[in-house]
Ligand binder design. Sequence first.
Ligand code: IPE
Ligand code: IPE
Ligand code: MG
Ligand code: MG
Ligand code: MG
Length: 326
Amino acid sequence: MPNKTITANLMTELNLNQNPNQNLDQHLDQKETFNIWAASLQVRMEDVLNTHMPTAETIPTRLHEAMRYSTLGGGKRVRALLAYAAGEFCGAKLATIDLPAASVELIHAFSLVHDDMPCMDDDDLRRGKPSTHKKYGDAVALLVGDALQSLAFQFISQDKLLKNATQKLQMLHILALASGSRGMAGGQAIDLDSIGIPLTREELEHMHIHKTGALIRAAALLGAYSAESPAEDKLKAIDHFAKSIGLAFQVVDDILDAEADTQTLGKTAGKDARNNKSTYVTILGLSAAKQLAAELHANAMAALSYYGREADLLRQLANFITQRSF
Ligand code: IPE
Ligand code: IPE
Ligand code: MG
Ligand code: MG
Ligand code: MG
């Protein structure tokens, strides 16, 4: 089914209508429209990050080079896409979503750099390249994480397009909570504490909600708060949607770790079982993990059931997250 709302608004704002005589609505189905939208925003996010991060020539050059190496030129940018989709849903302009979306990508990149270090998951490969510590050494990798984290908060605090100071403060608060000991870092701590100790299903859910779900939820909320006055009902729907899809994201990551190959993933496959990790696959098995991913996808869709086409990007993103192959 062609999606006129998405196509008309976004194609114009993204400058994709190179030929005004060509009516894309007639030729594209929803999935194709989404793919074009996602591809253009992935490029846009690369540009935003490239422009706003310190150059590799800025002293200290090796640290800045390593920060750029860890952030640019790879990744699906799912968190940024979620921020853009949630922002669009709540009526934000694309440009206003840029830096909040980029801030979440920075925290995410930082979490990956540390996640790969020998003291954590010990993975040599990330996004198809040597992990940051393999290329720059452990000390630089630690500092890359520190510096990317600070830069994320700087991106929001210095954003001149966010006019409402109270809203900006709220966004900083959301990101801080999602990144710290009651969010991503806390989930990572539980992950490491549970090596070789099988978690219960409740404990597993708690860990996943924190290590991955929290930042995904923050991405959606930051996108929503980029709008000048997001409607209360839409904020609630986004929050419900993001909680379900955030958990689904890590369940699918666990499944892919067990099923996909290293080349497709761009990171070492089969790592969870080898590292004695508690995951939905290692604890419940592949089939139960897949069933859970489908249930969480359905929950996420249910959160949007009241809405029409204005929620289609979020729906397509939920499909992408649960059907992805890497
Ligand atoms: C991988 O995240 C780490 C998890 C939190 C599961 P992504 O699969 O989003 O990684 P990139 O950004 O696309 O490389
Ligand atoms: C990563 O979980 C969570 C964070 C980085 C916060 P994983 O350890 O499963 O991620 P991958 O599989 O290495 O990307
Ligand atoms: Mg890990
Ligand atoms: Mg890992
Ligand atoms: Mg994993």
